[in-house]
Design a protein around this ligand. Structure first.
Ligand SMILES: NC(=O)c1ccc[n+]([C@@H]2O[C@H](COP(=O)([O-])OP(=O)(O)OC[C@H]3O[C@@H](n4cnc5c(N)ncnc54)[C@H](O)[C@@H]3O)[C@@H](O)[C@H]2O)c1
Length: 406
């Protein structure tokens, strides 16, 4: 039943949203709600870890209510949608609570992971990865059951799949699937390291560069092969085997010699470099990278090789605008690109980075899915598949062999 039929929504009344998390992603979600078209929406509350953080963000974006406890959002009967943009370890408990409270859910990546079961905080990353995989599988079964018992939507905020360049590629590939197949997908998301302290700890992040960065291209690859199979034969093509490698490059001998590197350091028990290869049920391959070793701004790219065509796209390294300056002092307060270390020399400032990254598009899709009671483009199945592939990847890294998902 859609919100209209449930009597919860009339076109003149906005869909009401509460955001949990008042950090970096909370801010870009807020800006995306402002761009939603044709569906009236209103962010009515923000909850942060502290009231001050929530208040700062709320005042910047004219949000009326701000709290230091997300339960105020869950208890507010006027709020229909809960948007979860907190550190990864909090996603699953909040998703379960929000579903039980009857709220539709938007959840940032990844849906969940392994965050410890009583190990000391700094030893969570050393837990045998088989144990991690078993625990996340249990958690995924639980979330599936809870979502099935509560008739709410789950919208998985994987922006890659909503990004305009990905969608254009998908439109083209859809035409090619009648006579062709994807043979290989190469995907990469890399930058110089996360701004968020929690990302350095397995206890909070559930992994390193693989769970945080490679999660994007892997999800996009899983989505593409599933889509291809469903379009051509009515049956999804899914991941059947995973083979991965990962390490913390800042703990190598090479890095020990480095002086004045702008790369983020201080990683606790997580990897900063990762590669994961998926073999799909039709025998084709996806190879995905997520790394924190890249200077010069974030890169999010994919190269898809089909039997009859090829598609390449880049989500953020666009070259629409070129700029050169020797001393960047005059442009200090102008935004250029995510994770660009310096504005000196030649740069390509992105005219609308959040647009090319697909953030407004994902929020638009989720609002329409909720109001018109249709599936979001990126939902629970994709979120669950990704978590299983990631943790099979961590098992592969530890055991040095391919891991079957069958
Ligand atoms: N899709 C993307 O491109 C993208 C980009 C960045 C982050 N993310 C995701 O967004 C999520 C948040 O990342 P971020 O970069 O915004 O981190 P951040 O550290 O900037 O913000 C996290 C916020 O959560 C708040 N928080 C912590 N515990 C809380 C609690 N119990 N109740 C309410 N708020 C609490 C913190 O105070 C902080 O304000 C992560 O899951 C991350 O994977 C996605």
């Amino acid at each position: 039943m859609n919100l209209k039929e449930k009597g919860e929504y009339h076109m003149t009344q906005p869909v009401k949203i509460g955001i949990i998390g008042a950090g970096f992603a909370g801010a870009f979600h807020l800006r995306s709600y402002r761009q939603v078209q044709r569906v009236p929406v209103e962010v009515t509350a923000i909850a942060g870890k502290t009231k001050t953080r929530a208040e700062n963000l709320a005042k910047r974006y004219n949000v009326l209510n701000y709290y230091d406890d997300y339960r105020y959002i869950l208890d507010d009967p006027s709020i229909q949608v809960v948007d979860i943009v907190v550190p990864n370890a909090l996603h699953l408990p909040m998703v379960l609570e929000a579903a039980r409270a009857g709220k539709h859910i938007i959840c940032e990546k990844p849906l969940t992971g392994y965050f410890g079961q009583g190990e000391p905080d700094d030893e969570v990353g050393a837990t045998p990865k088989r144990k991690m995989l078993e625990k996340v599988r249990e958690d995924l079964e639980n979330v599936r059951a809870v979502m099935a018992a509560n008739q709410v939507k789950f919208c998985y905020a994987e922006n890659w799949i909503h990004a305009p360049s990905f969608r254009k590629g998908l439109e083209l590939m859809e035409k090619c699937f009648a006579t062709g197949s994807i043979l290989e997908i190469r995907g990469d998301e890399s930058h110089s390291g996360s701004h968020a302290e929690y990302a350095k700890y397995w206890r909070h992040a559930g992994g390193g560069a693989m769970a945080r960065l490679a999660a994007h291209p892997i999800a996009a690859g899983l989505f593409l092969k599933q889509y291809e199979g469903e379009k051509r034969d009515g049956r999804p093509i899914v991941a059947k085997e995973v083979w991965a490698d990962a390490t913390d490059l800042t703990k190598t001998e090479a890095f020990a010699h480095a002086k004045d590197s702008p790369l983020v350091t201080g990683w606790q028990d997580v990897e900063t470099w990762s590669q994961l290869t998926v073999t799909f049920t039709d025998g084709t391959k996806g190879i995905f990278f997520g790394t924190d070793d890249l200077l010069g701004g974030m890169e999010s790219e994919m190269d898809i090789r089909l039997t009859n065509s090829r598609v390449k796209f880049a989500l953020c390294s666009v070259r629409d605008c070129q700029f050169y300056i020797v001393d960047p002092a005059p442009v200090e307060d102008v935004y250029f690109n995510e994770k660009q270390e310096t504005k000196a020399g030649l740069s390509f400032p992105n005219p609308d980075e959040e647009w090319t990254l697909g953030y407004p598009h994902e929020i638009q899709d989720f609002m329409e899915a909720i109001v018109y009671d249709r599936d979001p483009l990126t939902g629970l199945d994709l979120a669950m598949q990704l978590v299983e592939v990631l943790y099979a990847g961590y098992v592969s890294c530890e055991e040095g062999r391919r891991i079957s998902l069958e």
